[in-house]
Write a protein that binds this ligand. Structure first.
Ligand SMILES: Nc1ncnc2c1ncn2[C@@H]1O[C@H](COP(=O)(O)OP(=O)(O)O)[C@@H](O)[C@H]1O
Ligand SMILES: [Mg+2]
Length: 305
C-alpha cells in the first residue's frame, strides 16, 4: 500500500519528556484521517513535525512516497492550520487571504473569491475585521488560508475545538466536500473521537506520545456496534460451542467474559447450547458501546478534554 504520508518511529523529545514516541502512522490518499488524543497526548507535536515546523528528535516520515530533500520539496503541497490561525484581526477574510496569496505569489483573478466560497465565507462583510468573527468563521478562514496554493493535503490541528454544534457541522461538511470534490487528503486532530466519527475515514489514537492503534471507520463501527457478552464457568468450552454454531471471532475480554459481534438474534439458542453442553452460564446480554466508551476503554481512566 502506498501512503501519502507515513511516519517511521517519529519521536520528539522535549528535555526529559517524549512528547511523541516511535509513532508509525499511515495516511492514504484522499482520506480524512483523524488523530485522536487528549490534551497533552502529542497531537500538535506530531503535526508540527510532519508540517516541517519542527525537527524530529529521531525517526522520519515520507510524504507522497518521498523522503529526505525530495520530501522537503513536497511540503509546498501541504497546507497547515496548527493551533489558532494567524489572522490579522483588523482585516477582513478577503484581505487576510489576499495577503497570503501575495506572499506565496498567487495572482489568478477570482482566486480569493473562490476560496471564500469554498469555506462558506463569501457573504462576510468586507468592512468587518476577522477579529470580530465567530470562532467557527475564524476556523473556516483558517482552513481557507491552509488551502491557499491548492495543496494536495491539509493538516488541521483541532479545528473543531470549542465550536458550537452548528459550527461543528459546518466544518465537517466542509471537510467532506474538500475530500469528495477536490480529492484533498486531510489530517485532522481532535480530543473527542465522537466529533470526528461522522467524517473521518481512518483514525489514529495517540496517548501519552504513543500511537496506540490505527483503524478504519468501518473497523471502528464494527468494534463499537452491538455485541453479545457471555460469561460462563468454562471459557474454552464455550468458544467451541460458539464455533460449532458458526459464531467465530469471539473476543476474550480482560474480565474473563466473551464478546461476539454477531448472533445477536440468537441469544436464546446460544444459551440453550451452552447449558446443553454442561457449561455453567453466568450471564448473557446485549451491549452497545459508544465511540467515547470505546476510546476511554482504550486509553483508560477519565476524559480530561
Ligand atoms: N515546546 C515544548 N517544550 C516542552 N514541552 C512541550 C513543548 N510542546 C509540547 N510539549 C509537551 O509535549 C506534550 C505533548 O504536547 P502536545 O503535542 O501539544 O499535545 P496535544 O496537542 O495532543 O494536546 C505535552 O506534555 C506538552 O507539555
Ligand atoms: Mg494540541
Amino acid at each position: 500500500m502506498e501512503y501519502i504520508l507515513e511516519t517511521k518511529d517519529l519521536t520528539k523529545v522535549y528535555g526529559q519528556k517524549e512528547a511523541a514516541k516511535d509513532v508509525n502512522l499511515h495516511i492514504q490518499q484522499g482520506q480524512i484521517y483523524g488523530l485522536i488524543g487528549r490534551n497533552g497526548a502529542g497531537k500538535t507535536t506530531i503535526m508540527r513535525m510532519i508540517s516541517g515546523l519542527s525537527r524530529p528528535t529521531r525517526g522520519s516520515y515520507s510524504l507522497f512516497g518521498k523522503t529526505g530533500l525530495a520530501m522537503q520539496m513536497m511540503l509546498k503541497d501541504v497546507g497547515v492550520l496548527i493551533e489558532h490561525p494567524g489572522l490579522y484581526p483588523k482585516l477582513s477574510a478577503y484581505e487576510n487571504l489576499k495577503i497570503k496569496c501575495i506572499g506565496v505569489g498567487i495572482k489568478p483573478k477570482g482566486y480569493v473569491e473562490n476560496l471564500l466560497k469554498t469555506v462558506g465565507l463569501e457573504n462576510t462583510d468586507v468592512k468587518k475585521g476577522a477579529g470580530s468573527y465567530s470562532l467557527g468563521m475564524r476556523q473556516r478562514l483558517g482552513i481557507a488560508l491552509a488551502l491557499v496554493g491548492d495543496p494536495k493535503m491539509i493538516i488541521l490541528d483541532e479545528p473543531i475545538n470549542g465550536l458550537d454544534p452548528q459550527g461543528i457541522v459546518e466544518v465537517r461538511e466542509l471537510l467532506s466536500r474538500l475530500r469528495d470534490e477536490r480529492g484533498i487528503t486531510i489530517m485532522i486532530s481532535s480530543h473527542i473521537l465522537d466529533e470526528l466519527a461522522k467524517v473521518a475515514d481512518s483514525y489514529g489514537i495517540i496517548h501519552e506520545g504513543t500511537l496506540l492503534d490505527e483503524f478504519s471507520a468501518e473497523e471502528l463501527h464494527e468494534r463499537c456496534g452491538k455485541s453479545l457478552v457471555l460469561r460462563t464457568d468454562d471459557t474454552s468450552k464455550t468458544l467451541r460451542v460458539l464455533e460449532n454454531m458458526n459464531l467465530h471471532g469471539a473476543v476474550r475480554e480482560p474480565d474473563g467474559s466473551l464478546r461476539i459481534g454477531r448472533g445477536m438474534d440468537r441469544a436464546k439458542e446460544i444459551s440453550k447450547a451452552i447449558i446443553d453442553a454442561g457449561i455453567g452460564l453466568e450471564e448473557i446480554y446485549l451491549r452497545t458501546m459508544t465511540l467515547e466508551e470505546y476510546y476511554l476503554g482504550m486509553t483508560g481512566g477519565e476524559h480530561n478534554g
